[in-house]
Design a protein around this ligand. Sequence first.
Ligand SMILES: Cc1cc2nc3c(=O)[nH]c(=O)nc-3n(C[C@H](O)[C@H](O)[C@H](O)COP(=O)(O)OP(=O)(O)OC[C@H]3O[C@@H](n4cnc5c(N)ncnc54)[C@H](O)[C@@H]3O)c2cc1C
Length: 462
Amino acid sequence: MSTRFRYESASPDPFWIGTVSTPFRAVSLKQDATCDLAIVGGGFSGLWSALKAREQFPDASIVLLEGGCIGNAASGRNGGFCAPSISHGVSNAVARWPQEAETLVRLGRENLDGLEQDLQTYAIDGGFERSGKLNVAATPWQVDGLRAMQQTYARFGIETTFLEGAALDARFNTPRYQAGLYEPNYALVNPARLVDGLAKACVARGVEIYEDTQVTALTNRNDSIVLTTAQAVVKAQKVILATNAAVPLLRRLRPAILPIWDYSLMSEPLSDAQLAAIGWQDRYGIADSGNQFHYFRKTQDNRILWGGYDAVYYYGSNRDPNLTERSETYRRLEQNFFDAFPALEGIGFTHRWGGIIDTSARLTAFAGTAMQGRMAYAMGFTGQGVSATRFGALTMLDLLAGRDTERTRLKMLRSTPVPFPPEPLRHWMVKRAQADLAREDETGERSLVLRTLDRLRIGFGS
Ligand SMILES: Cc1cc2nc3c(=O)[nH]c(=O)nc-3n(C[C@H](O)[C@H](O)[C@H](O)COP(=O)(O)OP(=O)(O)OC[C@H]3O[C@@H](n4cnc5c(N)ncnc54)[C@H](O)[C@@H]3O)c2cc1C
């Protein structure tokens, strides 16, 4: 029986999971425990926190509590674009923290170099490849946007190459895109392998990891913080909250993040002839330039991951895992895929999945402490947390240790973003901003509402 849309026969799970041969597994916490450092959340943020804590405090007892399984949330579901940025890009840094932009850009590059170095040090096969990124434009105003981006990058000494006509066709040849800006210093990872490698590196160094152990409450006592779980409690001297888009256990953080759903399709592997037909010979990741943008990349076996475009907010900040099935979005992704790649007509999709992004109003993480400095948090990475979570982890450890560092002094991290309003205003505001962003993609005109939000420094994106 033939299906109307090819995505319908795809497996509804993240492709990446199947690329790990012997996945990390841990038992749940069944007995009360005490430790020096408890970490809540087993994604990149929590795992980097554990590994870096072990480096800094060789004798500390470290316990990581994960509500589901390691990497079941954003860290195992993302596109694997690993940016040389901690500020959701250079332009975002310049627009929001002009005085700090130079530091942010440098720290972003250093963080990517540090991440690569760590993977070597710990022999983690995270599929890291510094294969570059090609930003492509489909409309005249997007082409202007790429030229402006090149100028901004040049101010910071970032190497780029502007591509048009035959030069673009030689690198990427589809009818949809008119120009491209190539940046060589950008990496890709295999998210599930990175999660898995980090977890195994932590356990090999004495970190205790428990899965299926949801923390339901944090209680500040005079001498410790008590973490409550279904079967046992943990008494910890210090706590790191690395829960990303989940409802934060610290109530005051709740209005600062918006759970935005993002969806992906994975194609069947492309043959050499199919790759030649679209001129995508090298391994750089690609992203188009609209407010509603696609990100796409090859896997090791030459499939195309095609994600993004719809960034979906559900009323009441709904995080129901069943929302990973959204036929409307998968249909649109499939149509857009074949619009971009008519030469691939006939190819199928093997996987489809969605995940939640912790959007902050300025698209970057913020960090801080609570409970008399005994607890640290970092969240709000929006859609660029693959590399920035490592930086967030280092910042949380600095904060817990009371260290005054370049990281802890960053305005970007230490100030809390503008809170999102409660419902029903929240839903209305997001839908209104999204409609205007979509119209801007069509016309190149920025609406009054978006310009007002710009003035208030409220961003909305993924
Ligand atoms: C579809 C998608 C595509 C993306 N693509 C990219 C990309 O290409 N490049 C990029 O840089 N970024 C991307 N991102 C964003 C990136 O994946 C995240 O910023 C990053 O993974 C966040 O890591 P984390 O550890 O902070 O959060 P998570 O990976 O979400 O981990 C948080 C963990 O905390 C656990 N948890 C929550 N509450 C509790 C509790 N009370 N008790 C115990 N455990 C708890 C959760 O189960 C979860 O495992 C994407 C995100 C999505 C969803």
